[in-house]
Ligand binder design. Sequence first.
Ligand code: ATP
Length: 475
Amino acid sequence: MFADTPHVSAGNRRPIANLLDTEIGVRGSGDYVTMPGMAEPIEDLFDKIVNLSKRRGIVFPSAEIYGGFRSTYDYGPVGVLMLRNVKDAWWRSMVQLRSDVVGLDASILSPPAIWEASGHLTNFTDPLVDCRKCGVRHRQDKLDDPTTCPSCGTTGQLTEPRQFNLMFKTQAGPVQDEGAVAYLRPETAQGMFINFANVVNTSRKRPPFGIAQIGKSFRNEITPGNFVFRTREFEQMEMEFFVPPEEADQWYEYWCNERLSWYVEHGMDPDNVRLRPHGDDELSHYSSGTSDVEFQFPWGWDELEGIANRGDYDLTQHIEHSGQKLEYFDQANDRRYIPHVIEPAAGATRTMMAFLMAAYHEEVVNDEKRTVLRLHHRIAPYKAAVLPLSKKPELTGPARELLAMLQPHWLVDYDETQAIGRRYRRQDEIGTPYCITFDFDSLEDKAVTVRERDSMEQVRIPIADVPTWLSEHLV
Ligand code: ATP
């Protein structure tokens, strides 16, 4: 009877040439931004997301009962579902719906040899400056004015920059010597490179093919901040796509388009997400092209994901340092080569925050403010909520039976407290697409009322049809 949230299909994809030429250099600023579909810009969107996250169990500051631990966050009962859905949506697009990408789950603890080969031990640094006046440290390349301390406002008191390595060093095993040094990975990507030969030998994949991984990464960021945008512990979703060298440019364009489309297909307004190609001064020496997918955050455009055409740099480095053969032998053409790599590297936690911001809406309904998260149903923490109209057992009994009927298929919430209007509002605030109300008439007509989140339209359907109805509406 009513349609689901409108999604953008592949038909909305724009060619990369178009995106690369036209969408460079716009930077937003100010205290608020206009978000998709909104009549009015939302003031203090950032604070509202932080407050909503705390109030509804999405994200909590970590170690709060001990005064907090800077830049660490815990994902609460609702947030853990949403974060998992972000990762599942990525995995679905990148692995499940393709036959040319396989998965991997590599270890977080890793020996220095990997990071020596990858260049991280020497190059994974940010320029650090200290303020001589207030003592606060800053990342120089992120300062609006590189001569002024953003903490105390003093000009001319910042030290010369020195390179600060972002990797967390630890010790593996009980003996504290050089041989025990280990690092927490600062990216998941190296897991794919060091397992290249293992995957080729076991998976029957041949270039062009990819290896995808989702997992935690750790960076000792100089200035973490903006809630979960930049943290020292975070989750990444990365894929290394290995291709014959002559196909690298075309695959780079392909993946730039695919990745931008993914955000739009999952509910972001095409006006608030864009591709920004790196200028020559930003490119690493081995990269022939890198583009960032950027989202319009309340503080302006900022990175969600980087897509890089990395050449054969990574495999070559590991060949040199490990002495292993990490080439591909193309039997059909009797040719041996080192594949080139296209790497789309996204942040799961950062992307979840962007989805929260893109989905946040406020509107007035019957003279009351309604806050609603218009999340794509794949990202929404719960797909539905079963709400008996009263707490009387004659209603809660059959309502729980309906819940049990739906739970094997979807994450479904259940709530029997408070007035029904307030329960609807609570579900709106966490983005639940469908509320299913079991009322006294349900006992007679064996039907329930299903209310859709965005339109608030209601439809009465037989209880027995609810699973089919939901599966048709949650496609
Ligand atoms: P930045 O320039 O913001 O430091 P980066 O270019 O170093 O990021 P990449 O190494 O390309 O980031 O990592 C890929 C993705 O991982 C980023 O686009 C981002 O979404 C995520 N990411 C990187 N660092 C962090 C962090 N400290 N906290 C949360 N997410 C992060």
